[in-house]
Design a protein around this ligand. Structure first.
Ligand SMILES: [Zn+2]
Length: 286
């Protein structure tokens, strides 16, 4: 069981902090991670405090991918070399207790599987570098593409780990919550019609949103979440792109038995073949 080092930012009721720590301790007790000594737990009163603190931490750690914190309910990083779970209590108001529990357990999974700096400072897979040579407008977006692809792989790995510990119900609730298309997703897709590389970013970003759901849909013996629901969450996309996302995630999951870095290479190769090249080559109608 790792030591949980709590840091509060803003006014955090003691009972709320205790509740979260007890929940995390129970998770670690069940997962029994070997070799994980310390986990930082940062709890924020609201999103503003969270954003400003995390922005400073990103700068200090030299993280160069875009600030995509809005995409998270609860977040995990290891920029300091120590796994850290950050939690904004403001987010809790937007979701059910089951989704909240699912999110916390998901982040515990990250701290176990991806609790070292190397999982956050990822090299660019050569297949993406080559794609950027063919399509130069991609070059300035490579860091973000790698970051988003890595998230989709890591989220799939975490979902598998959490499921293997028997937590299905809260993972289904969490997966449904994160895959739902937000107003931001719809707007981003609308705006992306101006440039193919913007479409690539939108699509790769959606891969991470559907990753947990795709893992659950591949386990019908334990999970009630089905592919039809995933398809619904992508219904604003043209049919061929929905299929491209499905195929990319399915093929990535089929090869998800290696280490995270190899899995990211696989996801990159599949994504380039099924998403990046087709989108960059043709202007597919919306
Ligand atoms: Zn995650």
């Amino acid at each position: 069981m790792p030591v949980l080092h709590l840091e509060k930012h803003g006014r955090i009721p003691d009972e709320e902090a205790c509740k979260i720590l007890r929940f995390l301790e129970e998770c670690y007790g069940r997962f029994r991670p070997g070799g994980l000594d310390l986990v930082d737990v940062d709890i924020f009163e609201n999103d503003d405090l969270w954003h400003s603190h995390m922005a400073a931490e990103r700068r200090r750690a030299g993280v160069t991918s875009a600030d995509l914190d809005d995409a998270f309910i609860v977040a995990h990083d290891a920029w300091t070399g120590v796994p850290r779970i950050s939690i904004s209590l403001e987010r809790k108001q937007d979701m059910s207790q089951l989704v909240w529990d699912g999110a916390l357990r998901h982040e515990v999974g990250h701290s176990i599987l991806h609790g070292a700096l190397e999982y956050y400072v990822l090299p660019t897979p050569s297949v993406l570098t080559k794609a950027a040579q063919e399509f130069p407008s991609l070059a300035s977006h490579l860091r973000n593409i790698v970051y988003l692809l890595a998230l989709s792989v890591k989220d799939a790995e975490v979902t598998r780990l959490v499921l293997s510990n028997g937590h299905v119900e809260d993972q289904v609730a969490y997966a449904r919550f994160v895959m739902e298309a937000t107003e931001q997703d719809l707007q981003a897709w609308d705006i992306s019609s101006i440039a193919a590389e913007a479409r690539v970013l939108c699509l790769v970003g959606r891969l991470k949103d559907i990753a947990p759901a795709m893992v659950l849909a591949s386990r019908p013996e334990i999970s009630c979440l089905n592919l039809g629901e995933v398809e619904e969450s992508l219904e604003y996309l043209p049919q061929e792109l929905r299929r491209a996302l499905f195929e990319t995630m399915t093929e990535t999951l089929n090869h998800l038995d290696k280490d995270t870095f190899t899995n990211i290479q696989t996801a990159a190769a599949v994504s380039v073949a099924k998403i990046v090249e087709p989108v960059m080559r043709t202007s597919i109608p919306k």
